[in-house]
Design a protein around this ligand. Sequence first.
Ligand code: DC
Length: 220
Amino acid sequence: MSPSVPAGKPVIAIDGPAGAGKSTLAASLASHLGLERLDTGSMYRAVAYAALRDGVDPGDASTVTELAHRVGIQVGPAVHVDGVDVTGELRGPAVTRVVSEVAANPGVRRELVRRQREWVAAHGGGVIEGRDIGTVVLPDADLKVYVTASEAERARRRAVEAEATAHGHDAVAVASDLARRDRLDSTRDSSPLAVAEGAVVVDSTNRSVEEIVEEVLKRL
Ligand code: DC
């Protein structure tokens, strides 16, 4: 650990598009520093899952916002929605198809941002990953990282992930879905994906996670 690591637990914000390598980097940083991590994408997926479960139209902004307020979400290695382990469903095609629309809903974002800040306060720090962590949720984080990778590499990683979670769909579908979600996440009005001021920008294409962790830790 570098001698300049802040006293107490640091707050580390990691943002970037789908398949950029955020989760791998977040897990590695968390284990290096003995911190817990929060994957905020799983929280948006949990709300999308709850909407599908309840037969709510994901585009019905006020009903989905109400749902976001009352749904119980626990994010850890497994994700529970209202006490039910839905880890397997969250990365599946049904949730993936509608999650960007749910994440573009300002009411949903306000509620989940509130919960994310509460999580950080309760844990006294940690590694938090998403799309708006350094820009909106935790602009005063001790370290902000924006991870990216080439489009081809990101599509390849997502295809491998889809296989691994037994939701295998073909590579062309994965690539076009990724491009669609990137477009929605980067062009929405409410907290679009963007590089935060002061963020370290890392391109993970052709780089090992160890190399990136070493580079990033120097900035803490
Ligand atoms: O990282 P992911 O694919 O699990 O994210 C799921 C969706 O949620 C994706 O459309 C981006 C969105 N998201 C967001 O808008 N803000 C966050 N902090 C995290 C994810």
